[in-house]
Design a protein around this ligand. Structure first.
Ligand SMILES: CC(C)(COP(=O)(O)OP(=O)(O)OC[C@H]1O[C@@H](n2cnc3c(N)ncnc32)[C@H](O)[C@@H]1OP(=O)(O)O)[C@@H](O)C(=O)NCCC(=O)NCCS
Length: 151
């Protein structure tokens, strides 16, 4: 039920993410960003109709450091373990890539604490991640919380 995303999934992935972005629950993603980074994405497919109902990206940022991004599950499918399964899949992938630390910038820190993520000061993350922040409409008044986990 979890597989790597394909280019044909991009529109569905964008609508999953952007419905929450419109409610300020996560950052929106442009089609260009999604096509360029589609190989980062895992998707969860509803076994009944093969529709994509969840997504999560693992983005390698630096030596031994990766970020979990764009985690979203369709509201109809929430609390069925799909979000957790996508996070665990991304963590497995990170491990197999040789990543040692995985971080997330999120408005739902409680969800990530379940997996052993702990809060850190954003300033401790590499400067490279600020490039994306600088291009974000919320910069510099962003209240996303940074959490990190050793894997
Ligand atoms: C957060 C999200 C990915 C969880 O997906 P999910 O498939 O419902 O999660 P799971 O079923 O694996 O886990 C559900 C558990 O997470 C908790 N949870 C779900 N959403 C939560 C939230 N916003 N804040 C804190 N905990 C949350 C639930 O209470 C539930 O706990 P329980 O098992 O003790 O009842 C989903 O609600 C979502 O897409 N939210 C909007 C987008 C978002 O905030 N994404 C994260 C940005 S990085």
């Amino acid at each position: 039920m979890i597989r790597k995303a394909k280019v044909r999934d991009v529109l569905t992935v964008q609508s999953l993410i952007n419905q929450y972005a419109q409610q300020n629950l996560m950052l929106g993603r442009s089609l260009s960003e999604l096509y360029e980074n589609i190989r980062d994405f895992w998707v969860f497919v509803d076994p009944e109709n093969h529709k994509v109902v969840g997504c999560c990206a693992l983005h390698v940022c630096w030596k031994k450091l990766a970020e979990i991004k764009s985690l979203a599950v369709a509201p109809k499918f929430s609390s069925k373990g799909i979000g957790s399964a996508l996070v665990l899949k991304s963590m497995d992938e990170a491990k197999s890539l040789g990543i040692k630390d995985i971080f997330v910038l999120t408005f739902v820190p409680k969800f990530f604490r379940r997996f052993g993520f702990r809060q850190i000061n954003k300033n401790r993350l590499p400067h490279k991640i600020w490039v994306e922040c600088c291009n974000c409409p919320k910069f510099p008044d962003c209240n996303e919380i940074a959490l990190i986990k050793k894997i």
